[in-house]
Design a protein around this ligand. Structure first.
Ligand SMILES: [Fe+2]
Length: 283
């Protein structure tokens, strides 16, 4: 088993590991510095562990999951959490990421990333859940902002304030999905810069960039298209304000232009490197 890397290590730019991109990823030595593996594809599947161990020999791995449901009133499912811990150890993950969302209610899976109600009672439950996860895993939990068409009525704080309180109380990190900000700003008529600045940017560990499709005046975060210039600009804005350690290009469909997708990884990495060097960051 590989040694666990420093949780605060700078890993650089990479891409979501998908079998359709495997050849491009393994052939892009130097440009792809890290891969993000979808944890749920490997949980409770011991027959796939060798595949991950072999990948870990080639590249550092960060894990990204879907179903911790830290926004639920109840604690995370212990069997699920145990499997996540096993995968973290197998891959020497420096941290584990999931979403600030609800995906289970009283043990029933919703099959969807549902927004949290931003109230005091939910904040208290989320703090307990994040603490339980971090105690079990022994590494930091890093939470991602999701897309949502609405704020659940009666909120006692904003999404950004909820994130700030959660980070302050638990020491967890943030995975800032820049394109999710773009999507929410377009679909809800909000200023993307305002959304960006509302988050606890000093706690950003990782960044997501992806491309969506626009139809009927709405943007859908389909992860199926090139990253828009709006997202690149927001990413530059973020890097001028925060010291991210990892940036991942997410692509889940339309893999035909593998070379173009790898160029996006290079562009994201060059901007991250410029920010680290204290040089001006431009999209
Ligand atoms: Fe994302």
């Amino acid at each position: 088993m590989p040694e666990r890397p420093d949780a605060s290590a700078h890993l650089g730019a990479g891409i979501g590991y998908r079998l359709d991109l495997r050849e491009e990823i393994l052939g892009a030595a130097g440009r792809v510095e890290v891969v993000e593996v979808m944890a749920d594809n490997y949980l409770f599947r011991p027959e796939r562990r060798n595949e991950l161990a072999a990948l870990r020999e080639r590249l550092p791995i960060v894990l990204h999951g879907l179903d911790l449901s830290v926004g639920s009133a109840e604690r995370p499912n212990p069997d699920y959490l145990g499997e996540v811990r096993r995968l973290c150890r197998l891959t020497a993950a420096p941290y584990y990421s999931d979403h600030l969302a609800v995906t289970r209610v009283r043990g029933v899976s919703l099959g969807h990333l549902t927004p949290v109600w931003y109230g005091r009672s939910n904040l208290s439950a989320a703090i307990d859940n994040v603490n339980a996860v971090q105690d079990c895993l022994g590494i930091p939990l890093v939470l991602e902002n999701i897309t949502a068409d609405l704020t659940i009525p009666g909120a006692e704080m904003t999404e950004g304030e909820f994130f700030r309180e959660l980070v302050r109380a638990t020491g967890c990190g943030m995975l800032l999905d820049v394109t999710n900000i773009e999507v929410n700003s377009l679909n809800r008529g909000l200023d993307p810069a305002d959304i960006l600045r509302s988050f606890p940017l000093e706690s950003v560990v990782q960044v997501h960039l992806s491309g969506g499709v626009e139809a009927g005046g709405r943007m859908i975060d389909s992860h199926s298209a090139p990253i828009s210039e709006r997202s690149w600009s927001l990413y530059a804005d973020l890097l001028r304000r925060a010291a991210a350690r990892v940036v991942i290009v997410e692509r889940d469909a339309d893999f035909d232009d593998g070379a173009g997708i790898m160029r996006e990884v290079s562009r994201a990495g060059a901007m991250l490197a410029a920010a680290r060097a204290g040089a001006p960051v431009s999209p």
